[in-house]
Design a protein around this ligand. Sequence first.
Ligand code: SAH
Length: 515
Amino acid sequence: MSIPDTAGTVYLVGAGPGDPGLLTVKARELVECCDLLVYDALVSPAIMAMANPKAERIFVGKRGGESSAKQDDINSVLADRAREGKTIVRLKGGDPYLFGRGAEEALFLLDRGVRVEVVPGVTAGIAAPAYAGIPVTHREHASAVAFVTGHEDPDKPESALDWAALSKVGTLCFYMGVKNLGRIAGELSKHLPRTTPVALVQWGTTPKQRSVAGTLADIEQKVADAGIQAPALTVVGNVIALRERLNFFEQRPLFGKRVVVTRSRAQASDLAEHLEALGAQALRFPTIRIAPPEDTRSFSAAVGKLANFGWVVLTSVNGVDALFEELDRQNRDARAFGAAKVAAIGPATRDRLAARGIKADLVPPQYVAESIVASLKDAGVFAKKDPAPRFLLARADIARSALPEQLRELGADVTETIAYTTVLETEGQDEALAALAAGEVDAVTFTSSSTARNFAEILGKERLAKALALPRLKCLSIGPITSATMRELKLPLHGEAAEHDIPGLVALLRKTLEA
Ligand code: SAH
């Protein structure tokens, strides 16, 4: 999607509160098509991932105690780059005009003749409470709501806020107020009963969301006990009473659970999104990276005469991708299969084939090599010995030998080619490693022998032993082959999926963690 005539415009875009699903359609279109993204600390990485990989990114937020870029510097970057004719998205958390200095940036740019447009966003002041079961208005509890800054200079003796007036509003939503919580509660207590409900929602709408509720009298202590820090939204008012019933987000089955996902970066999102939809925090720990084989000649040759095979067997989505990339290099397409039949090891591989226009002729009931052989046998594939049925196996360099051996025993003529290799991934593991070290992980999932092997290798003996010593940490496997490797590596095995696919693994996680 591209939006016409955007060159030289700065779009002040609200990125929403955190859940990437709460981004507006217009914001998404602009993020996808812009040349330059200038973004703040609270913009979710999932939203940044929507941008064109070629787009330039400039981070101007605060990170790890460092001070944020100076407003003057941000302003001049925006103006200079707009004059170069770039399409610029200035992405801000929540809504750009709510405590986001959006209007200051817009006025600066307009003064210099730069075209500015604004795309409002879903603000944390409404969304974070909503995801914690708190509606900001309700006919019986509050007829008005105020968005208030909680970020006042604590050394200033006089508050710029009219606390008496605020206490009459109904619902109050304080932004940036965690550090000043004591002062806020104290000022409001002069005008409201000490029993007035207060709630804080940290990292609202994200898998990291946490919330705590109390009263003006005890909220400061409760927040300290719970260790809640910025970014958090503070809500004050009787609407908080509805929280028990409306708290859909925190009542999801895996809410608050942390699960390490060890698949390759490209494949992790499938399992991770499943888990996030159930409320878990998926910690992506890519252990393998898919790369082309060192020598592609035999694979190219086999793909070159695809239609000569009776059966093409694909045992992973990576194999499907590699095959179609090779066809593309040869300037060919799905028609190259001709009359060859296609077997897929399981539903994910079948679906990836379907997306490329190929309907698999065979998907075995169990998603392992042995089951493919049995299904082929049942289908009468080996009944005729002359000529022997010809098979092409397009697989990984480390694939097991069971499949070709069993096919050959049955009289098949088998061509094995290496479609891709799996190499040890070294990047993108920091968050999961930190959570493992801090003992914050509930489960680690393994979806193949290589994910288990590389996980053990990346952690190393000492870190692995320490992480596994935690009684609450469960190690879960997708199926028997992966389980065998886990045993070999002396990894504990707390469960094996009954169905050896991602939904099967998700079902096992639910059974294990929903205690
Ligand atoms: N323009 C933003 C607010 C920027 S001020 C908006 O409209 O939401 C930053 C403050 O917003 C934080 O200190 C915190 O109080 C609040 N905030 C932003 N994202 C939040 C989230 N996901 N959960 C809770 N509070 C959040």
